[in-house]
Structures are given as structure tokens and as C-alpha cells.
Design a protein around this ligand. Structure first.
Ligand code: AP5
Ligand code: MG
Ligand code: ZN
Length: 208
């Protein structure tokens, strides 16, 4: 799942993984989990993520490859936010060479004005990590998770300066992957504007 910050990768990845009954992982979520557990990797990742820049390829690739190794042989998997650089894409191709690489890269296309609105209103449950949005998907009680009655927080990198940096990094380092997968004939572009349900239908159609 490829797309700019706030495109809805995480929202849709969760729904698709449930629908297809396959495991899914967000590299960003893996890093945030390390931060919650205050591991060495978590502290390293935080020093990059808080400013909206990418964590170095070497540690990112190792972390995601470990996850893939633990999740092979289950009929497929979905990656959200990885690869994000050409070097990561090449490492993934190499790791999956025996099975012919990834099947598809779904590029979620959303205009920047909409992205800023989505990111600046996002709230995340500090316990179960369910995502909400102050305008688009508000919790029943302000700032409280519907599922586990825990406080909702804003991500550090959803502050205005970090959002700006994330867009710049996306253009420079991640957008070139659109061409990379296009050339391989593996790219499917999905319009990421509309209701979460409608976009989910578009995604499943693109996948099938
Ligand atoms: P990561 O966690 O991947 O963040 P991101 O790419 O910036 O993407 P987001 O999670 O912000 O957006 P999303 O597309 O998942 O949208 P979401 O569904 O949440 O990465 C964070 C950081 O980790 C990076 O900056 C980097 O430092 C590091 N990192 C991660 N992977 C890395 C890698 N491979 N290499 C190096 N470093 C890496 O939706 C956003 C909001 O919009 C939510 O509030 C949601 O409710 C709302 N929303 C969703 N869909 C809709 C809709 N259809 N209509 C209205 N609102 C909607
Ligand atoms: Mg996400
Ligand atoms: Zn919760």
C-alpha cells in the first residue's frame, strides 16, 4: 500500500486484511510499538519520526524482513508504508525473489489539501491504536476511544511542521516508487477521496 501521509493506507489496510483474512503490517506502527516498549530501535526511530523524516533503510529493512519471515506461508500479506524508498523496494524484491515478488502495489491517490485536513484532525487510541478523526470519524465521547474507553492522542508527527516535512520527504523519496512499480506492471492506482467504505470497494476491485 503506497501513498502520501494521510492517504488512508492504515485505515484501508485494516479493512482489506480483515476481508481477505491475511496479516497486515504498517512499518510506522512497528516503529511506534517499539517506542511504546522503549526499545533501542524505538528510541532511534523516534529521533527521525518526530521530525517527519524517514528512519534509515538498513534498520527499516531488517525490521520488516523479520516480520515477513514470521508471516510467510499464511496465504499472503499486506504491507502498509513499506517500501518507501527505491532501496527498500529492491530489498523486498530480493527477499521475495523465489515467489516472484509482490503481486501488486496499490497507490492511494489523494490531493494535498485533503491530506492536511485528515492528518491535523487524526486522533489515535493510546491503548488499542484505533484511529479516529475529529470531523470524519469522531469518537462517541470527545477524545475517548469507543472500544476501550481510553484517552485519544495526537501523533507527534501530525503537528504542522512535521506534516510539511513528511510531504517533502514523500515527494523526494517515496513518489519515485510509483514509476518503479508501473514499469514492472504491478501498479494499481485507486482514488482515495470519498467515504471509507467506497474507497474500500475500489481497493478490493483493484486487488481482484
Ligand atoms: P507512517 O506511520 O507510515 O505514516 P504515514 O505514511 O505518514 O501515513 P499515515 O499513517 O499518517 O497515514 P495513512 O495513509 O496510514 O492514513 P490513515 O489511514 O492513518 O510513518 C510514520 C513515520 O515512520 C515516517 O514519517 C517515518 O519516519 C517512519 N517510517 C515508516 N515507514 C518507514 C519506512 N518504510 N522507511 C523509513 N521510515 C519509515 O488516515 C489518516 C486520517 O484520515 C485518519 O484520521 C483517518 O481516520 C482519516 N481518514 C482515512 N480515510 C479517510 C477518508 N476516506 N475520508 C476522510 N478521512 C479519512
Ligand atoms: Mg498509517
Ligand atoms: Zn482503544
Amino acid at each position: 500500500m503506497l501513498g502520501p501521509p494521510g492517504a488512508g493506507k492504515g485505515t484501508q489496510a485494516t479493512l482489506i486484511a480483515e476481508n481477505l483474512k491475511i496479516p497486515q503490517i504498517s512499518s510506522g506502527d512497528l516503529f511506534r510499538d517499539h517506542q511504546d516498549r522503549d526499545t533501542e530501535l524505538g528510541r532511534l526511530a523516534r529521533s527521525y519520526m518526530k521530525d517527519g523524516v524517514l528512519v534509515p533503510d538498513k534498520v527499516t529493512i531488517t525490521m520488516v524482513m523479520d516480520w515477513i519471515e514470521q508471516n510467510t506461508g499464511v496465504g499472503g500479506f499486506l504491507l502498509d508504508g513499506f517500501p518507501r524508498t527505491i532501496a527498500q523496494a529492491k530489498a523486498l524484491d530480493q527477499a521475495l525473489a523465489d515467489s516472484g515478488g509482490i503481486d501488486l502495489a496499490i497507490y492511494v491517490n489523494v490531493p494535498e489539501t485533503e491530506l492536511v485536513h485528515r492528518l491535523s484532525g487524526r486522533l489515535v487510541c493510546s491503548k488499542c491504536k484505533t484511529q479516529y478523526h475529529t470531523d470524519f470519524a469522531p469518537p462517541s465521547e470527545p477524545c475517548i476511544c469507543d472500544k476501550c474507553i481510553t484517552e485519544l492522542n495526537q501523533r507527534d508527527d501530525d503537528k504542522p511542521e512535521a506534516i510539511k516535512k513528511r510531504f517533502q520527504v514523500y515527494q523526494e523519496e517515496t513518489a519515485p516508487l510509483i514509476d518503479y512499480y508501473q514499469v514492472l506492471g504491478r501498479l494499481r492506482e485507486v482514488n482515495g477521496v470519498g467515504s471509507i467504505e467506497k474507497i474500500g470497494e475500489r481497493m478490493l476491485k483493484a486487488l481482484h
